[in-house]
Design a protein around this ligand. Structure first.
Ligand SMILES: [Zn+2]
Length: 120
């Protein structure tokens, strides 16, 4: 039996909030150094790309971040763990996306939240 699936939360960073984002990401991604976090923030701001905010969280935590939606975070993407936004490009609301749960998923099994195979 496979393990239930977690969620990776990605998002784009708005310019001008570096200190807030550093503080948040230090908690969410404790394995990254502050230098690496600052590089990622800069990458997102300058390139207009989403970065990984937190990985392998349960559905509840992902929902919290999605609805909490801090001022500095936009284009929040909920991805099946292990995927990156480029896996779903062009990002489409009709392919590999569940409009009920706002989740992008891989594989042929459809939305794994709908099919009740997820980490609470
Ligand atoms: Zn769903």
């Amino acid at each position: 039996m496979e393990d239930p699936i977690g969620i990776d939360v990605w998002g784009q960073i708005r310019k001008g909030f570096t200190n807030e984002v550093v503080k948040f990401l230090r908690e969410c991604r404790p394995l990254l150094s502050e230098l690496e976090i600052r590089k990622q923030i800069n990458f997102s701001v300058m390139q207009g790309k989403a970065i990984l905010i937190i990985e392998r969280v349960g559905w509840k935590k992902a929902q919290q971040i999605y609805s909490f939606s801090p001022e500095w975070l936009f284009n929040i993407l909920l991805l099946q763990e292990g995927y990156i936004p480029q896996d779903f490009e062009p990002l489409s609301k009709y392919r590999d996306y569940c409009p009920v749960h706002h989740v992008y998923f891989g594989g042929l099994g459809g939305c794994y939240i709908c099919s009740d195979f997820f980490v609470e």
